[in-house]
Design a protein around this ligand. Structure first.
Ligand code: ZN
Length: 54
């Protein structure tokens, strides 16, 4: 099975694009951005920022 890396980000309501904590901007509405709900691997950059910016 493919390992999917989950980014943590916020979706812009006005245009549907997602800006991740690690700086990516993705325009794929419908993805799940909350890895705590699953066993997927979390993007290390996103995780570090979420946990305090290290
Ligand atoms: Zn990321």
């Amino acid at each position: 099975m493919a390992t999917q890396i989950m980014h943590i980000g916020t979706r812009s309501w006005w245009n549907g694009s997602v800006k991740t904590l690690c700086g990516l901007k993705i325009r794929e509405p419908g993805r799940v951005w909350f890895p705590s709900l699953s066993g997927n691997r979390v993007c290390p950059a996103c995780k570090a920022i979420q946990q305090g910016g290290r």
